[in-house]
Structures are given as C-alpha cells and as structure tokens.
Design a protein around this ligand. Sequence first.
Ligand code: GDP
Length: 361
Amino acid sequence: MKVVLIGVGQAGGKVTQRLAEYDYDMGFGAVQGAMAVNTAEADLQNLDIDTMLVGRDRVKGHGVGGDNELGAEIMQDEATEVMDGLDAKLSTDAEAVVIVAGLGGGTGSGGAPALARELKRIHDIPVYVTGILPGRDEGAIYQANAGRSLKTVAREADSLLLIDNDAWRTAGESMEEGFAEINDNIAQRLGLLFASGEIDAVDEVAESVVDSSEIINTLRPGGMAVLGYASAAASEDAGENVNAITSTTRNALLTGTSVPNVVEAETGLLVVAGQPERISRKGVERARSWIEEETGSMQVRGGDFPLDSERIAALVLLGGVERSNRIDEFMQRAKEAHESKNDGRGEAKEAFLNEELDDLF
Ligand code: GDP
C-alpha cells in the first residue's frame, strides 16, 4: 500500500522518520513521502525529513506544553498550509494518508484529529491515524489527553491504529530508554504491513500475496485497529513449518499486539513473511482460521510476503476492536486522570465519575 506519512508533534515526527528510513533501507518503496509538523521548533530540528512549523504566531516555536486543545486549534487554523505542504508528496499513486502522533502530548494529541478531519474533507483516499498511547507510568495529564484525543480521532479518522507505549518495549527499561526500541519496532511492523500490500516492491512473486485493498478492507470497520507481530526460526522445508506458522501467529495475537489483550475484532488480516520456500500454505490457512475462531470475526484475510529471512514472521492486523477490555481499562484511567486534573477547580467529583470523557472538538 503506497502511503504518505505525516507526523504531528514530537513522537509523531520521530516515528515517521523511523518508518521512512526503514522503508527506504528495505527498498520497499511503500512510503511515498514523509513530513513532520510541530509547534516546537527544537523538535523539528532533530529530523531529516521535511518539516513544517505551525502556530508560530501563538507559541513562537516553543510548543503547546501539553495543551491539546491549543494543539487542535492551531491545526484547525493552519490546516490549509499543512495540506499544501503535503500536496507535493501526494502523488496520484498514494493509496492512503497515515498521520502519526503521540496521543498523550499536546501538538500531536490535538493536531492529529483536527488534521484527519481536514484531510478527509479534501481527499478521497483513506486517512488513517497511528496513535501512540502513553504507558502506565506516564503522568495523569498524558492519560487524560490521550483519552480525549483517542475518542476524537476514532470519530474523525477512517481508522485509528493504536500502539500502547507499554506493548513493544523490553520490561524494566525506562520510558526514555525504551523509545528508540519502541520506535524501531513500530517502524518495522508498520513498515512490513504497508509493504505487504506492495507486491511491486519485491523481486519474487509469492504464492498468495496481499493486496492494498485487503489492508483497506480490514481497516474499513473504522473505530480502532491493532497490529500484532511475532517471529520464529523456521525450517528450510515448508512442509515442516505448519506448526511454526500457527504458533507464531498465536504469539502475534496473544502476546505481540500493539495494545495487549485485544481478542474481539470485526475483521482481520494475517500476513506471513519469510522465504517463499519456507512458507507452508497449509500453515497459513490453519493460522488464518484460528484467528477467525479467536476473534469471532468471519472476515479474516490471509496472504504471504516474500522476505529474504531464515525466520518466519506473522503480522496480524485487526480492525474494529473497540470492545477490548484493555481499551476500556485505558479509558477508565484517562477518565480518572481527567477527574483529578479538574479537582482543583472545585468541580463536583461525582459529576466527573458519571460523565464520559469529552471530545476534543
Ligand atoms: P507533542 O509534541 O506535544 O505532540 O507531544 P509528544 O509527541 O512528546 O507526546 C507525548 C507522548 O508521546 C507521551 O505519551 C510520550 O510517552 C510519547 N512519546 C514521546 N516521544 C516518543 C517516542 O519517541 N516514541 C514513542 N513511542 N512515544 C513517544
């Protein structure tokens, strides 16, 4: 799937750059263009991709300091300039726009839903948001910001691919130490997903390839989506890899998803990557139907992706997952954080306990 990436805010810019680098290094050519937008000049200076500073009049290049309502306003005011900047990269080949943002901060948290709304008004191709959720140890303001942003993005974007900052990092590392690793993991996994729908990108023709439209159809239920990943050593003989493929797929779904404990989904897509001669058709089919049973979805697509590796990797994309316990738990945390943030203003606690989180706009 040919995509144009736009990173909003600090995390958005860093992850966008990693994704563009990964796609380039692997020679996939799925990423057609990448750009970063921020209200903080210093964060843009560290990036090698094209950048655009917004909100200069209001925050003078110093960022919005975690105020996501201001982040949303600035993006609403300057959406035309941002979209003009993006136009040069949006060739007729582009099949989707992917906005990337950390949902816990200010610029990305407020800017991503505002930009998604504007892009959808103008373009016919899908507009997806990859939204990064704060880890459990991050402060109350991050949780509250992310809760409101998540709700608003899920409403505005064609699909919100969620990544929990606790999901793809090694236990025991601090959040800061973990960022480089998390960003590498996001780049690899999302990069593989985009490339899997991009068969021109590879020399060998796989037996059953995934098409861009299958990724788009998997994301069609809207709401939220998650991505799972796992890999394992594989035998040179496809016939011996039936179990390797099914167990790798189980790991991708049960322990390797971008938001843990998501089990119910409306749609799914399984991509098995590896050397074509190592990929067992029977294994892919069994793993695909196992995902159907496990998620309760009747629409799980399956395919393979030729990759020159001695290992086999399973990538599982689930669409329409809003009913997950883990997301409910996160929304509860965000609600509590929002409530304590407002305590100081003397508002009745009960009112917040009974109230849902407000949309950002
Ligand atoms: P903004 O610049 O105002 O949009 O704020 P940030 O992008 O710094 O958003 C803060 C959120 O993003 C927090 O939840 C951080 O944990 C997370 N974050 C910041 N930098 C990174 C990063 O490099 N990688 C990841 N995965 N998350 C990050």
